[in-house]
Design a binder for this molecule. Sequence first.
Ligand code: 0O2
Length: 227
Amino acid sequence: MEKNDANIQEMRNKEQIEIFLSGKDSIDRFRRIIMQYECAMLEIKTKLDVLNTELSLQKSRNPFETIKCRIKSPESILEKMKRNHIPMTIEAMEKNMNDIAGIRVICSFPDDIYMLADCLLAQDDITLIARKDYIKKPKPNGYRSLHLIVEVPIFLTDEKKPMRVEVQFRTIAMDFWASLEHKMKYKKHIEKAESISNELYYCAELIAQLDGRMQQIREKIEGAPEI
Ligand code: 0O2
């Protein structure tokens, strides 16, 4: 996109955010809802931290290496609502947007992804809304991750409210791949884009093999007798 076009687009987005959030009431409601998503994100993060602490004692290694949390920006929320033809109201946003609160769990090994996801889903205050297994069934570009949309209740001073959070699980290598691939999406005029996409696809396949082999090596090491 040319710089001028980008500026115009930015101005349009700002205008639309102002329309979406017109009036003090809407801004206050929007802020309160975002605060609720933050609380839900914290709930899920704490659950995962607790599982990591418990499982690291049992297994003498951490099931996940890093956990990243983010709240989608108003611009990205608006862009996704437009793209998916969701009416521009706060009610429609709450009803249709599943990834305002997002958590990314980065594991060393693929089997830890499934173990953590199962442990999280087994908790009685968690409801599974949707599951997309892009590890078993990768995207055509090679993207691999396990995505869960879960609902968790948050307890505020005057209400209990179920909130949706998107949890993405992937390995360190899959995360490395996704970050680089994500950069490509934001470049409109990229030279030899097709050959880069092919190369990325090839790397995704290599990463899947590498993840599998590293897991096998770990299993052999774990299976060996202690000295
Ligand atoms: P952000 O800021 O990363 O969260 P959508 O395709 O988004 O309209 P849906 O059902 O939400 O619809 O998509 P999906 O397949 O569950 O994927 C949602 C998120 O997964 C994306 O969020 C990315 O974070 C990640 N993702 C999915 N596919 C790819 C991919 O091919 N490459 C990379 N790098 N990441 C991917 P957002 O909304 O893009 O933004």
